[in-house]
Design a protein around this ligand. Structure first.
Ligand SMILES: [Zn+2]
Length: 478
């Protein structure tokens, strides 16, 4: 929560200053309008993807969270908006909703969840904050004087971020305290998010007990560490009434035993093995396997293999992958790991064979797709890489990664115009219009390409310049 608002304010600040006095217009008089909320959210998300070091840029984790979150928001048809879920590398138990339907989850919370229903419970609660417009209502309620004060703090923070000589900690702490007070969700909002969250969980087919049990465990944890309560409890104050409210609702619900998906278990193992010291993780997984104390043997072996791979202990990792095959683990995550392991040992043909076979079974899996194209490029098969990337782009034209892989393929094939054109589309999707325009200007001067390709570049360049001009005119920082 704190993290979110600081970034939001950092983006609001420059435009407000440019105009002398900050004037938030209708946003200061009523609820934040949806289009403005979306734009603020998009700009924060862009900042997180490009600059936030704790952002977990892992396609398997992201795809999993979006599948789970998508299942929940689909159970809430009245939501009427899209959501995007992402993970941050942070050991604290926290999750938060940004403006515009972006929902972040700390890796610590994913690992602390003891069942998929528990994780789904926290996501449902956050989704409800968004669908009930809690954030827009809070942000819209602020008066001009309060907003001015926060903008000033945001500028100070922004300056501190770009100037390491300034004591960032001192200013951030002061600013954060003010922001925290303003944005702690009110008890009514919390109760509403719990109520709607439980409904969503039930409709999506999860065990509604997951919500109450997880919140209860978090509260116990919070009591043990009075001064350092899990972040979630500070931003979503958890009261005794809230817990008993949840328990009452849960009592009315039908009992339902819900099995965790294999992906939930594998993602938790991947985070455990992939963050922090791999030796600690390896010891943990080895102990689990020796004592047969695991929720899933597949997930324990998978986690051990990831840790061994990180330690470059290849024979041990191969042994675990062989074990996973014997367990008939059919997840594409196992195939991706097996291919990564081959590549780490310099066996490109072996990796390519795994990708080829696995993609016959899991044609739509993004990690396998990106891995295959990357391996083709490393193997000098740029034409084949280009063919694969271009075919997939027909199906998912807004996949930024694929545009990047396509640009790399064109570069290998020495097709300059097309390389810059693909790179421009990658920047457009990342919300970076200026570098996109620069790439198209490079494409014009590339000295290759036919008449048809050049006219396409010219048309796209005109379009992006007009869009950029429009954004400048609006003086919107986001
Ligand atoms: Zn909340």
């Amino acid at each position: 929560m704190r993290f979110r608002i600081l970034i939001a304010l950092a983006f609001l600040a420059p435009a407000a200053l440019a105009e002398g006095l900050p004037d938030l217009g209708e946003a200061s008089r009523s609820d934040l309008p949806p289009y403005l909320e979306r734009r603020i959210g998009e700009s924060i998300m862009r900042d997180i993807r490009l600059r936030e070091p704790s952002y977990i840029d892992d396609v398997e984790v992201t795809v999993y969270l979006n599948a789970l979150g998508g299942r929940l928001s689909a159970a809430m048809p009245e939501a009427g908006q899209s959501f995007e879920f992402f993970a941050l590398r942070d050991a604290t138990l926290n999750a938060f909703a940004l403006p515009g339907g972006y929902i972040g989850v700390h890796s610590g919370l994913i690992q602390a969840a003891q069942s998929e229903s528990e994780l789904a419970g926290v996501l449902s609660h956050e989704i409800a904050h968004v669908t009930q417009k809690h954030l827009a209502r809070l942000m819209g309620k602020q008066n001009q004087a309060q907003m001015t004060q926060w903008l000033a703090m945001a500028v100070a923070i922004l300056a501190a971020r770009s100037n390491s000589g300034v004591s960032q900690a001192a200013m951030t702490a002061g600013a954060a305290a003010g922001v925290q007070t303003m944005l702690n969700y009110t008890r009514d909002f919390e109760r509403e998010a719990d109520r709607i969250g439980i409904q969503t969980l039930e409709r999506a087919g999860f065990d509604v007990r997951g919500m109450a049990s997880f919140f209860e465990r978090m509260q116990k944890f919070g009591r043990l560490y009075e001064n350092n309560a899990p972040g979630y409890l500070r931003t979503h104050p958890l009261t005794v009434e809230r817990i008993s409210d949840m328990e009452n609702r849960v009592l009315q619900a039908q009992y339902r035993q819900v099995a965790d998906s294999l992906e939930f278990q594998l993602v938790r193992s991947k985070l455990r093995a992939g963050l922090g010291d791999p030796r600690d993780a390896a010891v943990d997984f080895e102990t689990q396997l020796r004592e047969r104390k695991y929720l899933s043997e597949t997930a324990a072996r998978y986690g051990l293999a990831v840790a061994q791979l990180r330690m470059k202990n290849f024979p041990a990792a191969e042994r675990e992958v062989a074990g996973l095959r014997r367990l008939k683990a059919t997840s594409p995550m196992v195939d991706t790991l097996a291919a990564d392991l081959r590549r780490a040992q310099g066996d490109l043909p072996g990796a390519l064979k795994i990708y080829r076979e696995a993609r016959l079974r899991h044609a739509r899996n993004k990690a396998l797709l990106y891995g295959q194209i990357d391996a083709l490029l490393a193997d000098g098969q740029a034409q084949e890489a280009l063919k694969t990337a271009s075919a997939e782009l027909q199906l998912t034209p807004s996949d930024a990664n694929l545009h990047g892989l396509q640009a790399r393929s064109y570069a290998e094939l020495d097709k300059r115009l097309q390389q810059h054109r693909a790179q421009a589309e990658l920047y457009v999707l990342q919300g970076q219009l200026v570098p996109a325009i620069q790439q198209l200007e490079l494409a014009q001067k590339a000295g290759d390409g036919d008449y048809y390709e050049h006219s396409q570049v010219d048309a796209r360049l005109r379009e992006l310049r007009a869009r950029h001009l429009e954004e400048m005119k609006q003086k919107m920082p986001f």
